[in-house]
Design a protein around this ligand. Structure first.
Ligand code: ACO
Length: 217
């Protein structure tokens, strides 16, 4: 059962789901060994909660138990937000988190989705996560399609996702998103090594980051 928006009393259950399924498993998080399954992560939780407060997210609940089976955490991104977020990374203590978000923000700063599409806000799917026990059944696709419906209801023209691994890229493609930018992890790692930074190399089959977009007519 899909529910949107996610109510405040469900935030704690969503965070618990992310601790057990997203923080450790997402390909970039895995590449830097950000967390062990079940472990909390202050910066990622702050990122998730800020996104939940935008009121555009949806959750899939397991019918029999009411447990969180998956989530799409969606937020609004406006011009200047990414540059500000990147500048704020310097103040963060967690170097692994900083490396991941430098890569994501760097790819996004190469693009001007606002100018390209004549909009002042973009609907961004920031976290797409399905419980390990229920993967491969189309749940992520259902969550992304519902997210698209939410974006349309709120009058957004651009839906965007940074798809960090092959499976999320397949899901996004199936839902009609197309890659507008791509960073091969080996290329980013070579640049990092050349500048003395630790490289991020997700495990196979995840070989690139794709910034993926769907224009909503
Ligand atoms: N091995 C091979 N293929 C797989 C696997 C696997 N372990 N898991 C999923 N896939 C494939 C499926 O076959 C399907 O592709 P296909 O239809 O072309 O065959 C696709 O990947 C998955 O489709 P769904 O069933 O809709 O996706 P699912 O409900 O399993 O959720 C998700 C996908 C969200 C990526 C899940 O694997 C997950 O939570 N992973 C950890 C967190 C993560 O990486 N999230 C995305 C990061 S990007 C972001 O958050 C914006």
């Amino acid at each position: 059962e899909l529910r949107a928006p996610v109510r405040e009393e469900q935030f704690a259950a969503v965070i618990a789901h992310l601790r057990h399924n997203f923080f450790a498993d997402e390909p970039l998080n895995r590449a830097v060994a950000l967390c062990a399954p079940g472990q909390p992560h202050a910066e990622l939780e702050a990122h998730a909660l800020a996104t939940l407060r935008d009121g555009l997210s949806c959750v899939a609940l397991h019918g029999a138990t009411g447990q969180v089976a998956g989530v799409a955490l969606n937020g609004v991104t406006r011009p200047g937000d990414v540059a500000r977020a990147r500048a704020a990374l310097d103040a963060l203590a967690d170097t692994k988190f900083r490396r991941i978000f430098s890569l994501l923000y760097g790819a996004n700063l190469q693009l001007d989705l606002f100018g390209a599409h004549g909009v002042d806000r973009v609907f961004e799917c920031r976290i797409l996560s399905v419980d390990r026990r229920w993967r491969g059944k189309g749940l992520a696709c259902a969550l992304l399609r519902r997210s698209e419906a939410i974006a349309r209801q709120h009058g957004f023209k651009v839906l965007k996702e940074d798809a960090t691994g092959l499976f999320s890229q397949r899901v996004a493609e199936r839902c009609g998103l197309r890659a507008v930018a791509q960073v091969r992890y080996v290329d980013a790692a070579a640049r990092d090594e050349a500048s003395g930074h630790a490289p991020i190399l997700p495990p196979r089959p995840h070989d690139c980051l794709k910034v993926m977009v769907k224009i909503l007519h």
